[in-house]
Ligand binder design. Structure first.
Ligand SMILES: [Zn+2]
Length: 313
């Protein structure tokens, strides 16, 4: 009987990456949901060998509201006190000139103002991520990070959702220079689906370009994750060498009470050859009577709770 609340198989070789999907709606209304996610990560860092945190973008709702960035930074600092690092990518809600009615991809990353609050925010986070280095692209909207646990190292590439030509050229160089490192690509907009029950697909041309130019030709990329679209979905596609690549979308902001801070944990175990994906709400796990909520504290359906075969280099 597995006593772990997330029903995870945790061996010596397993380590975890915590994933925080879009926080902008609940973060605007209350900091407590985002903070509950961060506190859960801190409290469970040892148990799950959490080595890295990823935020999938749309960090704040109103980028000109400085207080929202400060709240996000305060939450991140709780991780940094524990030596845990967090990597961000920007969402459409994080651009000063974007608003409802403007196509969300209207501004490419190489044509934006250089005084965007997001750029100052991620630079400050990188400065505080003192245990590891953040390698930014020249325009500051993209970054990559190394994660090592025991014998296993991986690369995490945080890509802008409206990457321009310069970013694609930069990302190709990063991937070419790290051919031997299993790689995760995270970006705000990756795959979409019409409804949870329908297959996921690349709807957005820039996401399709990420597949065509950065995932399909680079066989070290085993996983790509996005947020933005409401719901959860997955797509498994073969890269140029015939290997499967797992592509995921995760976002709970449209659920009852903005998803109540639902997040994901991914356990990577290359000895047991599996990736375990779990979904849960730290806020609900802390409630005495979560039955008052329409959401379950731990999600068990196949898009939120699955194991996937993993054969990393
Ligand atoms: Zn978005």
């Amino acid at each position: 009987m597995n006593k772990d609340p997330l029903q995870l198989d945790l061996s010596q070789s397993a380590f975890s990456v915590a994933i925080i999907p879009d926080t902008h709606i609940h973060d605007r209304l209350t900091q407590s949901l985002h903070e509950s996610q961060i506190r859960w990560i801190v409290q469970n860092q040892k148990h799950y060998a959490i080595k890295q945190v990823i935020h999938l973008g749309d960090i704040v709702h109103d980028p000109q509201d400085r207080s929202q960035w400060i709240m996000a930074q305060e939450a991140a600092s709780l991780l940094q006190h524990q030596g845990l690092t967090i990597a961000y990518t920007a969402g459409n809600h994080n651009l000063s000139d974007w608003h409802e009615g403007v196509p969300f991809h209207a501004f490419k990353d190489d044509s934006r103002r250089d005084n965007e609050p997001y750029l100052f925010f991620v630079q400050e986070i990188a400065r505080l991520n003192n245990e590891s280095l953040t390698y930014f692209s020249e325009n500051g909207w993209n970054s990559y990070h190394f994660v090592t646990y025991h014998e296993q190292s991986i690369l995490i590439l945080m890509l802008d959702y409206a990457a321009g030509n310069a970013t694609f050229a930069w990302a190709k160089k990063v991937l070419q220079a790290n051919r031997c490192l299993p790689t995760i690509i995270a970006t705000h907009v990756l795959i979409a689906h019409e409804e949870p029950s329908t297959p996921s697909y690349f709807e957005y041309p820039e996401a399709r370009r990420i597949w065509d130019e950065l995932i399909e030709p680079f066989d070290q990329v085993f996983l790509a994750i996005g947020g933005h679209y409401f719901g959860q979905g997955r797509l498994i596609q073969k890269n140029k060498t015939g290997k499967d690549v797992l592509c995921l979308v995760t976002n709970y902001q449209h659920w009852n009470r903005y998803g109540e801070g639902m997040m994901n944990l991914m356990v990577i175990d290359n000895i047991k050859h599996k990736l375990q994906w779990r979904s849960f709400s730290p806020f609900l796990l802390n409630q005495e009577s979560p039955e008052n909520s329409a959401n379950a504290p731990i999600l068990k359906n196949p898009l939120n709770h699955f194991d996937y075969p993993l054969f990393l280099k």
